[in-house]
Design a protein around this ligand. Structure first.
Ligand SMILES: NC(=O)c1ccc[n+]([C@@H]2O[C@H](COP(=O)([O-])OP(=O)(O)OC[C@H]3O[C@@H](n4cnc5c(N)ncnc54)[C@H](OP(=O)(O)O)[C@@H]3O)[C@@H](O)[C@H]2O)c1
Length: 221
């Protein structure tokens, strides 16, 4: 089984790399710049690719012929909370976060679509922050909007790729202790990844384009 993971040099992406190597997959781990912890993982089943999902350039490195799982994990938060307040957020910040968090996964799927096997899964890492139903605190304009748009993009992908037997879902990883949260989350990377991997394993049992949290519950959006 082949899996490709973006944003794999740290945080949840690195957690997915470790999880799927342990599960016996061949793993294509993508990094934007620094290889981080990947550099020290010299394993025959691990293939490194340089891929900045915020740019149109093709990835550097050999891609697998076929893919059984694609995890779009790369993402940015954008300016810290105050920088995304109504009176502070800039058009530049809105566009920068949208480019990486929403257009990034779209670029990756456009590039890899022809390699997805029948029965393959595409998992796009969104966030509950992108759920309108869950938004009671406002603010965080750039991140919320980009993650909401990613759920909508994932839904269209799910409909469009159903005929090819490809299942597409959006995931909410929980509030996880990574660099993005300044390690202030409620759960660790291993718990989040193990939960999301369970959801991914039964992606076909959800409505196409469903938005699912790491604990298997569906997120209303
Ligand atoms: N942690 C949470 O509680 C939480 C909650 C909800 C959703 N999420 C989502 O889960 C995903 C992973 O988050 P995380 O907590 O692991 O974040 P993280 O620790 O900040 O890691 C982000 C990863 O994305 C990569 N990345 C950023 N911009 C990129 C680009 N243009 N091209 C390719 N890679 C890029 C980073 O690479 P560099 O090292 O090169 O920057 C890094 O590998 C994100 O999509 C995030 O929005 C996280």
């Amino acid at each position: 089984m082949n899996v490709l993971i973006t944003g794999a040099n740290r945080g949840l992406g690195l957690g997915f790399v470790r999880y799927y190597l342990q599960a016996g997959y061949d793993v294509w781990a993508c990094h934007r710049g620094s290889q981080g912890a990947l550099a020290a993982m010299d394993l025959p089943c691990l293939h490194l690719l340089a891929w900045d999902v915020g740019a149109d350039a093709a990835p550097l490195g050999a891609l697998p012929e076929t893919l059984d799982l694609l995890i779009n994990c790369a993402g940015i938060y954008g300016p810290g909370k105050d920088g995304q307040a109504l009176d502070k957020v800039t058009p530049e910040a809105m566009l920068q976060v949208f480019n990486v968090d929403c257009i990034g996964p779209l670029r990756v799927v456009q590039h890899l679509q022809s390699r997805m096997s029948s029965g393959a899964v595409i998992a796009n890492l969104s966030s509950k922050m992108g759920s309108s139903a869950d938004n009671s605190s406002g603010g965080t304009y750039a991140y919320r909007a980009a993650k909401a748009a990613l759920v909508i993009v994932s839904k269209s992908m799910a409909v469009d790729l159903a005929a090819a037997g490809v299942h597409v879902i959006s995931l909410h990883p929980g509030w996880v202790r990574t660099d993005m949260t300044q390690h202030s989350g409620l759960i660790d990377v291993e718990t989040s990844v193990a939960g999301m991997a369970k959801v991914i394993a039964r992606a076909g049992s959800y409505v196409p384009g469903a938005f699912v949290a790491f604990d298997g519950s569906e997120v209303p959006y």
